[in-house]
Design a protein around this ligand. Structure first.
Ligand SMILES: [Zn+2]
Length: 165
């Protein structure tokens, strides 16, 4: 999702000043860079990526000059998070720099048909990744259909992680 506004800017500064070290089996920043080069070459400069306790599950912030920053929620900062999930998120967020929001029937749509088309073409793991997200993290999440966004519930740290069989 595209995150904008004063709250997003504050979160960006907070997370950028004190980023979490990755506990994942991969480095999210490296996955973002790899996906940029392999899947979203329209984005010509590296896009920084930080992990922190934000409100969306993942998002990109960008300015009018087009330079963006990807933020990943701390909930995903876990050794169990599959690489496929990070690849999907990285590609999805980078594609926001390519397929910008469109006004459709008077409403700004951040995932217009052109965006979904690119996502279908370039994210072969989309179904696998979302299946894992819903099965493993579903009870931490809330969807805002109006803004087409996935948020992590407040108090998520208090919700116990499902024990792996
Ligand atoms: Zn999005």
């Amino acid at each position: 999702m595209i995150w904008k506004g004063a709250r997003a800017e504050r979160a960006l500064r907070r997370v950028r000043d004190r980023p979490e070290l990755p506990l994942t089996t991969f480095d999210p920043s490296e996955v973002v860079e790899q996906m940029r080069i392999e899947r979203v070459p329209e984005v010509t400069a590296p896009v920084p990526c930080f992990i922190g306790d934000i409100s969306p599950l993942a998002c990109i912030l960008y300015d009018d000059q087009g330079s963006g920053t990807v933020l990943i929620h701390s909930l995903l900062n876990d050794p169990q998070t599959p690489l496929a999930v990070m690849k999907l998120i990285a590609t999805h967020e980078l594609l926001h720099l390519v397929a910008r929001p469109e006004i459709i029937e008077g409403k700004s749509i951040s995932h217009p048909p052109a965006f979904r088309e690119l996502e279908r073409e370039r994210c072969p793991e989309k179904l696998e990744a979302w299946t894992w997200i819903w099965e493993e993290l579903g009870w931490y999440l809330s969807i805002d259909r109006d803004s087409e966004s996935t948020y992590v519930r407040r108090g998520w740290r208090e919700i116990p992680r499902r024990v792996q069989a």
